[in-house]
Design a protein around this ligand. Sequence first.
Ligand code: PLP
Length: 457
Amino acid sequence: MFETIFEPFRIHSVEPLRLTTPERRREVIRDAGYNLFGLHANDVLIDLLTDSGTGAMSRDQWAAIQHGDESYAGSPSWYVFLDAVRELFPFKHVIPTHQGRAAEKILFTAIGGAGKVVPNNTHFDTTRANVEYTGAEAVDLVIPEGLDPAVDHPFKGNMDIGALEALITDRGADAVPAVFVTITNNSGGGQPVSLANLRAVRAVCDSHGVPLFLDACRFAENAWFIREREPGQEDRSVAEIVREMASLADGMTISAKKDPLANIGGWLATNDDELAERCRNLLILTEGFPTYGGLAGRDLEAIAQGLREAVDHDYLRYRTRSTAYLGDGLERAGIPIVRPVGGHAVYLDARTFLAHIPPLSYPGQSLAVALYEVGGVRGCEIGTVMFGRRPDGTEEPAAMDLVRLAIPRRTYTQSHIDYVIEVCAAVAEGAQELRGLRIVDEPAQLRHFTVRFERLN
Ligand SMILES: Cc1ncc(COP(=O)(O)O)c(C=O)c1O
């Protein structure tokens, strides 16, 4: 009946925001080698670098933390966690880790290796790096619509079924230890995957005897989009849809720092007894005993409660509508974005917006730096800096050059977002003056975290 999007919570505890001047911001970003990961967070006003672990926990999650039991083995908190996970993802084996990439490292150590190939709609940075670290190849097979920021499609995260079939046939099923589907597709604009597409991927996997895994970080937002957009799903609960997504897979990896609403955590799950055994052995080497993995008992409790809150319809309605509100504001300011707006972030199309900066001069990074210098807003380049370096050290433009403004869960209000829109509009006015960057120092893997740049004249 009313148009206003309101936060379905009241604020119970507040944190101060730190104001800085443009002069200070220009100085500190230069000292950080124009890498936003190198900033002291005290110098950031609105931090949209990531939605990972940056959300606000609820009263009930803080209360759950008090129930944390730190027994080394068989903690009651482990069973609370296991029940909450299995309520949504009824896999036989659940292996807790300190965050998503630890689950990926363990799984790909167990199933990867030279000569193997792992298809995904789009690998996220850590997933790709963990596949490649084992010597395996990571191949992205999102539908063509998923690579065109301007095309509207309800499920731009869908896997290209024909391309998947062709890849498995070409390389042989023995070379494909698992097919992955990332829900929602973070590197591709936070775009959802439909149930119909997951069923089709399942059918391809079945016909070749290859297991299907979900990278399920944003499972609840994906299920909400299915409920909103997929014919016949509108009367189902998000929890039911999540269970169906899980039933189509043989296992999953997840970072609990996203939709499970926790500040830390993750897990790996599988129905395969032999694989679980190998993964648990690796877990004990690097993370911890299988009933806590890399987590404290209190973290297991916070995740369990977070999972219950993550599938609440009022929360998900607010979450997706408030992200779309930012996207609408940016479009009004004349900034091209990935359409439609995804669940956890708005992605600015820097390649189109800064067409005068070639991809190998990093238009996304240039735009992200400008947003920080002008208004203290920290976003994240998702483009050629993140994905342009190939394992052999050569470089080529990524599929898209985007700047992701990720919205931490339950953290910023509508007026914070109005401010972000104003900052973006101010940057848009001077966009033609922005220059590209040149890399002066980079590591061999996951370079975006520590790379340093110089401004081009
Ligand atoms: C789709 C996806 N997979 C995996 C990860 C890795 O999770 P973590 O940061 O907890 O290691 C992320 C984190 O951003 C992600 O977005």
